[in-house]
Design a protein around this ligand. Structure first.
Ligand SMILES: [Zn+2]
Length: 273
């Protein structure tokens, strides 16, 4: 999915459907300045996120490993501060309205992690053998938090409403097709469990999350060079990985080459602790 396609699909659907879709307009991705089409009001996004997050935590057990859980809190808190500083410095602080950050480590063998809009971050214990170090964990958490604050989930959900549910507004979709809509939501926000699920993050979104994530981890005091070795370890471990960490999306080599090119930019933000 490219931006051009997102827009042309979106505009064509809007033209066809008239008032069936109520766009909240375009928004701009921090750092990259890319325009994106987000159709779902952020208040709706935040309340659905909080609901899904509560359900997820009821169905999963928190890690009993105190030092690993503390590490997840520590890394998350430092990246949160970096994000808030970046947004404040760029007059974007209002985009974080309604955020109430939480960082949890859950017992799950999958090598996965996600951040819901609103700052609800979950790391699965199965990714810790691959992150290995605190800086490695900062790569993952920086990347996931970047997807959230760049509103990639809203963009994917909007795309899904247009292409899969015939351009229904979210409220109508929830009433007429609740199961399908919830599945779409889970996939759009990174909770989809199946490999090859619909609507993986686009390559463009992945590249954006890598770039923003490197900047946020650098501001948080973690060396962005650590991202290269983390993604090399992830590439070696990618069999059975969930969609977010599939080695093919984007290909490992493309991703690692892109990260290497972005490191000099991130180093300008590096604030060693
Ligand atoms: Zn990603």
């Amino acid at each position: 999915m490219t931006l051009r396609r997102t827009f042309s699909t979106g505009l064509a659907a809007l033209a066809l459907l008239g008032s069936a879709v109520l766009p909240t307009g375009c928004s701009t991705v921090p750092v990259t300045g890319r325009q994106q089409l987000n159709l779902i009001p952020s208040s709706t996004i935040l309340s659905m996120s909080n609901d899904e997050y509560d359900v997820f935590l009821k169905e999963h057990r928190l890690s009993g490993n105190a030092s690993q859980s503390q590490m997840v809190h520590r890394v998350g808190g430092r990246i949160q501060q970096a994000v808030e500083t970046y947004f404040r410095q760029h007059d974007l602080a209002s985009q974080l309205n309604g955020y109430a950050w939480e960082f949890n480590l859950v017992e799950d063998k999958a090598a996965n992690a996600w951040c819901m809009p609103g700052g609800k971050v979950v790391v699965y214990t199965g990714i810790l053998p691959i992150t290995q170090t605190e800086a490695g964990l900062a790569v993952v958490m920086g990347h996931e938090i970047a997807h959230a604050v760049a509103e990639h989930g809203n963009e994917r959900m909007s795309q899904g409403l247009l292409t899969q549910l015939g351009g229904l507004a979210l409220s109508e979709a929830l009433q007429s097709k609740p199961t399908q809509t919830r599945q779409l939501w889970m996939t759009a926000f990174g909770l989809g469990a199946q490999v090859g699920a619909l609507l993986p993050f686009s390559r463009l979104q992945e590249t954006e999350a890598d770039r923003l994530g490197l900047i946020f981890m650098a501001m948080a005091g973690y060396d962005p060079n650590e991202a290269v070795s983390f993604w090399q370890r992830m590439a070696a471990n990618s069999s059975g990985a969930p969609p977010e960490f599939l080695s093919t999306h984007p290909s490992d080599k493309t991703r690692i080459d892109g990260i290497k090119k972005t490191i000099p930019e991130a180093m300008r933000y590096y604030n060693p602790s």
